[in-house]
Design a protein. Sequence first.
Length: 120
Amino acid sequence: MTPKLIIDRRSPHPLYRQVHEALCRAILTRDLAPGAALPSTRALARRLGVSRNTVLAAYEELAAEGLIKGRIGSGTRVRGGARRKTRADLRFFLRESQYPIEPASFCDPDGNVLYLHSGS
């Protein structure tokens, strides 16, 4: 069960950020236990009276931080041993991507390869 989320439309903070922070707080305080199922993006958007894109943006940010994990056919769940990541890990994005077409190499602004797929 998802904790009660309150959206303040007069807040200077974007709606997706409010959803993200409320869910993040619930996960870090263990109000949402590891393995707990989150509602679908459509269901949560309908319940909060916001766009589905608002909830998608919040879920994507939580996934990038390593707090939740979505799997096609299994829904979205709180990761076991969830902890907030402080820096983006490019390997995480490649590993967790649901839509990979081909592996990609990433370079820093100077052109140095940060991640090179072994097949390249």
